[in-house]
Design a protein around this ligand. Structure first.
Ligand code: ADP
Length: 483
């Protein structure tokens, strides 16, 4: 199958969140299967990591946008079996960050991703690759699905091409004004609510949902929530319900070449489900030392690795840390909301023995927290899938999570009084300070019961969160989409 992946980020080249992990790992998985050819298209940002030498495709092609013509230079790199193309245009992508500066989103994000979307389609022609499927990720690539059904509808090059749109987080929709619709070059008769129009402007994600042959999101439970709960659907619940026959839920996996405590070179000592009780404490001790916490094996250590954002519920967790510090230690790695950053910093300053806060992106420290902590706290208000809880389980660090989205699909919650034969973590029954504290207290109370604790850790570590099954699910959905 000829597969094109189109996304605004992919690990290890450029990353702001889980989207990058998913696009990178899924591309590799699909390319590893027989008969698949995978081309991954990304914007050529200023800081592309892990690429020492890009090769340039000779020539230039042009994209019409808002009455102007913008040039594209294509560069590429062979990344395993995936051919990665970087769409280059200095004006749009040669910037310090992917989407925004400290003071807000880039004002021309509409143009940047109109340009990107069209440049992917023209790029396929430029390199002579006819896709069977174009897999578009999030609003930044949503217009590709719309272009295929409108501007490119009669283009013989794409006769066979079908589209799948994956919604990684429905809260980010790419809303812009009417002028963006004009810049994109769609026909004015299509500016109607059943197609492009959205409250007088244009939504890139909505346009993708309207026009994509099939749509999915990143867990079955989130697929249900976004159709039925307005607080989860962010205004698109009606449209998704309307498209329910074409709307699927496929849970993400984690990249086990990056996330495996047995072979993780960032840990002082590797471990697996047979050796964790001996070797995992070494990671804990090292972590306490690295982040300046009191070095003790007695207190359970709770880790957080997260964007500091409304979605993640970490505003609500602040009071819980204040309440439970001493009974447990906390290490928080995360950045985002400047106000929350300030509050976590202050809390760590107040209780330096028990609370550590590191306000930056730090891949290595993230690995050390997943390995060194005993519990992992993730009190999300909503969570499309979530990778962190799966990573923490793989590292034998039991997740304490809210009962939302993909967290429900991936964690098996502790049930007092049952044999907990399959339990891998703890659920926060109600999103509130008391709810988070209650679930953590339950978990902490079991910490001394080493027999039970070790059983849960083993369950968590042995659960399969690899991409094997999910990549096959995507392939099956591609086949259905093409048929
Ligand atoms: P989201 O995509 O909503 O941010 P996910 O749980 O799906 O949440 O994925 C988050 C990813 O980003 C995980 O790989 C997590 O380890 C990583 N991450 C989040 N914050 C940091 C940080 N400060 N430093 C390093 N990695 C981080």
């Amino acid at each position: 199958m000829n597969i094109v992946m189109a996304a605004s980020e992919a690990f290890p080249f450029c990353k702001t969140g889980g989207l990058a992990d998913v696009v990178g790992a899924l591309s590799q998985q699909l390319a590893g299967k027989k008969k698949n050819t995978v081309l991954l298209f990304l914007p050529h940002y200023r800081n592309i990591r892990q690429v020492s030498s890009l090769k340039v495709v000779p020539g230039v092609y042009y994209i019409p946008i808002g009455g102007k013509i913008e040039p594209v230079t294509l560069s590429y790199v062979n990344w395993g079996k995936v051919l990665v193309f970087f769409i280059g245009n200095r004006k749009y992508f040669d910037r310090p960050d992917l989407y925004r500066t400290k003071s807000g989103d880039y004002a021309d994000n509409d143009e940047r991703f109109i340009f990107f979307s069209r440049a992917v389609l023209e790029g396929c022609k430029f390199v002579g690759f006819r896709p069977d499927i174009i897999h578009c990720h999030d609003w930044q690539a949503g217009l590709i699905a719309a272009y295929l059904k409108t501007v490119y509808k009669l283009d013989a090059f794409f006769t066979r091409t079908r589209s799948l749109l994956t919604i990684h987080n429905i809260a980010y929709q790419g809303h812009f004004g009417y002028s963006s619709f004009e810049k994109a070059g769609f026909h004015p008769v299509d500016f109607i609510p059943s197609k492009f129009e959205y409250y007088g402007g244009m939504s890139f994600l909505k346009s993708g949902i309207v026009f994509a042959d099939n749509i999915n999101t990143v867990s079955p439970n989130y697929a249900k929530e976004v159709q039925t709960d307005p607080a989860m659907g962010f205004g698109l619940e009606g449209l998704l319900k309307y498209r329910r026959k074409n709307f699927y839920g496929i849970v993400n996996g984690i990249d086990t070449e990056v996330w495996d405590p047995e072979i993780d070179g960032l840990l002082p000592m590797g471990y697996d489900a047979a050796t964790f009780s001996k070797n995992k404490p070494i990671s804990k001790q090292q972590l306490q030392k690295t982040v300046g916490l009191q070095e003790t094996a007695q207190k359970p250590l709770v880790g957080i690795v997260s964007r500091l954002d409304y979605q993640k519920g970490l505003d609500m967790a602040l009071g819980v840390l204040e309440k439970l510090h001493g009974k447990a230690q906390f290490v928080v790695l995360g950045c985002g909301d400047p106000e929350l950053e300030k509050q976590y910093k202050a809390l760590a300053k107040k209780y330096p023995q028990d609370i550590a806060y590191i306000g930056k992106l730090d891949e290595a420290l993230a690995h050390q927290i997943y390995a060194g902590a005993d519990l992992f706290l993730m009190p999300s208000r909503y969570e499309p899938c979530g990778l962190s809880q799966m990573i923490s389980m793989k590292y034998g660090t039991l997740p304490v999570v809210t009962k939302v989205g993909g967290l429900v699909d991936t964690v098996i919650g502790y049930k007092p009084g049952s044999d907990n034969a399959a339990t891998t973590g703890f659920f926060i029954e109600k999103f509130s300070m008391a709810g988070i504290a209650g679930a953590l207290e339950t978990a902490l109370s079991l910490y001394a019961d080493k027999k039970l604790w070790n059983k849960l850790v083993k369950n968590a570590m042995l659960k399969d969160h690899s991409w094997d099954k999910s990549a096959q699910d995507y392939l099956d959905l591609y086949k259905k989409t093409i048929a």
